[in-house]
Design a protein around this ligand. Structure first.
Ligand code: IP8
Length: 282
């Protein structure tokens, strides 16, 4: 008997755990382990609903602070622009340190997955990707061909770039864009974010519960907070833009507060929940 491949394949969800959610963004290499512990449960819920998960996590204080100090998002820069400190004296050393710190953050996530009896495999981008933005080069077939029930994990990282840059920062938001669009059978993309319930009409400090934008498309204005002094990637604005691109391809996109794991789980399995649904321009 012949079956079309799509009939047999389980559906997948691509989930991004924001760096501002899983770490303390202002304190170098400080993890929010309790948040990670609770989020892991949402992956088990996906499995119970016959959905495989591709997990991408952000960097938070394990990536942005040092990457900002050493301007790693700008590529190779004349060394005379930097003042060495006791932990680091060149951009090359900074690259090594950020990659090491990202492996540390990832190992905590892998440990929490293992503790919950979830099998997972990680593919660090500095090993397989080249270039930044959502047209980076890299083979996504390992993510597409993962056996059922195995969570494929990757994250925002310092990657090699063509000369003259030499290196740059590949954001998890660009990774999820390509994974959601190019891996077959992805049903939805879920951004679990920290500090807000979704996209807001005004800055978070002034927002009330009514300021949540429940359905957003690129022609609707919003005021996201982007900590330019800390972030080397695009913050909530990048997530919104990339989300719209994914929605253009017919894939459901939700942004929800990762501090409410039930919302993350509901968004993943396709149950209505509080958050922002991202749609393409009508
Ligand atoms: O937090 C940034 O990834 P993102 C990666 O997903 C680094 O934007 C190393 C700063």
């Amino acid at each position: 008997m012949w079956w079309p491949v799509g009939v047999l394949m389980r559906g997948k969800v691509v989930v991004k755990w924001g760096g501002g959610l899983i770490t303390e963004k202002n304190q170098l290499c400080t993890v929010n382990r309790d948040v990670i512990h609770d989020l892991v449960e949402t992956i088990s819920i996906c499995h119970e609903h016959d959905l495989d998960v591709i997990l991408v996590h952000g960097a938070g204080s394990f990536g942005h602070l040092r990457a900002k100090q050493w301007r790693l998002n700008e590529g190779k820069i004349d060394p005379s622009n930097f003042t060495p400190d006791e932990s680091c004296s060149t951009q090359e050393q900074a690259i090594e340190l950020v990659r090491k710190d990202m492996l540390t953050l990832n190992s905590i996530i892998m440990e929490e997955l293992t503790n919950a009896d979830i099998s997972a495999a990680v593919l660090p981008p500095h090993i397989w990707a080249n270039g930044t933005g959502d047209n980076f080069e890299g083979d996504l077939t390992f993510f597409a061909n993962a056996p059922e029930g195995i969570v494929m994990v990757t994250y925002g990282d310092v990657v090699s770039c063509d000369e003259p840059m030499g290196f740059g920062i590949l954001s998890g938001d660009d990774l999820v864009t390509r994974l959601a669009i190019e891996v077959p059978n992805v049903k939805r993309l879920v951004f679990a974010i920290g500090g807000v319930d979704g996209l807001l009409r005004c800055p978070p400090q002034r927002a009330t519960d009514d300021d949540l934008i429940e359905i957003w498309s690129p022609n609707i204005k919003f005021e996201g907070e982007h900590q330019q002094d800390i972030d080397v990637t695009g913050g909530i604005g990048l997530k919104a833009a990339r989300g719209a691109k994914v929605a253009d391809n017919g894939i459901e996109v939700m942004m929800v507060s990762g501090q409410h794991p039930q919302r993350v789980a509901d968004a993943c399995i396709g149950v209505e929940t509080r958050g922002t649904k991202v749609v393409s321009n009508q």
